[in-house]
Ligand binder design. Structure first.
Ligand SMILES: Nc1ncnc2c1ncn2[C@@H]1O[C@H](COP(=O)(O)OP(=O)(O)OP(=O)(O)O)[C@@H](O)[C@H]1O
Ligand SMILES: [Mg+2]
Length: 349
């Protein structure tokens, strides 16, 4: 709705495309646009675009429906088969020096041909060991980036920035939550086919992981158990009625088919705990469509023994009266990554 020029955050998921645009005001951020469009689940698989023509059509439809006026977009790539994020230790050097040697340094950490990836890094500052520094290394497959950039272009937009889902979550958190030193917070985004995790220690990312499991396990289970279509299963997940299926049966099936998701989050939290001096995770901020499934956040919390709060990506964002506030609040967790993308500025790396 009501787009203007500026930069639009486009979260191109495998089941929904989300668009968010923000305006920076003197007192903070104001919402300019938030909209989404479902897409067929076979168009994007494991983070790769399978059917570029139909993804382009959907993007165009969203641009029209949401009245996106912006010509510049920020997009994100995710998935363990396309993105590598590693925290590495290197001898201290300047940003310029690292720019020149990053390819060489990255080679041993990236399981793909180094010529096939775009590399980026962030120096996190010195380590305890003298002469060493911590660096976050990011490698994204060029082919995957090119595919996304080209559908965005076909839809009439220029890709100004390519980000990574895990970092977009971090930016969403940064503008909406108070950062407490020493507190470990797990940002967990569970979409249809992917889980993105980013654990922050005092607001700084210390662990990231993407895995290819998501709420499609629920859709599949519902379709099989009740012999219904994809659309009907999606309706059940949203709590809408479907003929011949009792809501409580749908609910228990959803909970009973969540074990892969629970397992994935548990494994990551356990790994983090064991690898960083018994550090406990104080809370999980849950985003993505899975956060909208009734009872899911509580069930996850019970499983992992950590409080789980649905993400509030609009917490610190002023929402003008022209928007339907209750509508936005209801679906807010699904906007988390798009909000994080929308905070990026033209000219950012
Ligand atoms: N209101 C809702 N209630 C319950 N489930 C919902 C709701 N809205 C969306 N979902 C579910 O959430 C999922 C979509 O979430 P999201 O948009 O975060 O995923 P995505 O970004 O498309 O997927 P991915 O990032 O894994 O490719 C779908 O499985 C959908 O069924
Ligand atoms: Mg997603």
């Amino acid at each position: 709705m009501f787009g203007s020029k500026g930069i639009v955050g486009l979260d191109i998921g495998s089941s929904y495309i989300k668009a968010v645009q923000l305006k920076e005001t003197r007192s903070g951020y104001e919402l300019e646009l938030f909209d989404s469009l479902p897409i067929s689940p076979e168009l994007i698989v494991e983070g790769s675009i399978i059917d570029a023509i139909r993804v382009t059509e959907s993007l165009r439809e969203l641009v029209r429906k949401a009245k996106i006026k912006s010509k510049d977009a920020v997009i994100a790539i995710s998935g363990h088969s396309s993105v590598i994020i590693k925290r590495i230790s290197l001898p201290e050097m300047s940003e310029e020096e690292l720019s020149e040697s990053i390819k060489f340094e990255a080679e041993q950490y990236v399981p793909f041909d180094i010529e096939d990836v775009n590399l980026d890094f962030q120096i996190l500052g010195p380590k305890e060991e003298p002469g060493q520094m911590d660096v976050i290394l990011v490698a994204v497959k060029k082919e995957v980036i090119n595919d996304y950039v080209s559908v965005v272009k076909e839809a009439g937009l220029n890709t100004a920035i390519v980000d990574v889902d895990a970092f977009a979550l971090e930016n969403m958190y940064g503008i909406n939550y108070e950062i407490e030193a020493g507190k470990n917070v797990a940002l967990v985004n569970i979409g249809a086919s992917t889980i993105n995790m980013n654990i922050l220690k005092g607001g700084v990312s210390v662990f990231t992981r993407d895995s290819s499991v998501g709420s499609n396990v629920h859709t599949d289970a519902l379709q099989k158990e009740f012999s219904i279509s994809y659309e009907e299963a999606e309706r059940l997940k949203r709590g809408e009625p479907v003929e011949k299926v009792r809501p409580e049966d749908a609910y228990s099936l959803i909970m009973n088919s969540s074990s892969d998701i629970f397992g994935e989050v548990t494994r990551s939290v356990d790994y983090f705990r064991s690898s960083t001096l018994q550090a406990e995770v104080a809370e999980v901020i849950l985003s993505g469509g899975c956060a909208l499934i009734k009872g899911f956040p509580d069930a996850l919390s019970e499983k992992i023994g950590i409080p789980v709060r649905p993400a509030e990506p609009f917490r610190n964002i002023t929402i003008p009266k022209k928007f339907d506030l209750s509508n936005i609040e209801e679906s807010a967790p699904i906007a988390a990554i798009a909000v994080g993308l929308a905070t990026r500025r033209l000219g950012d790396r």
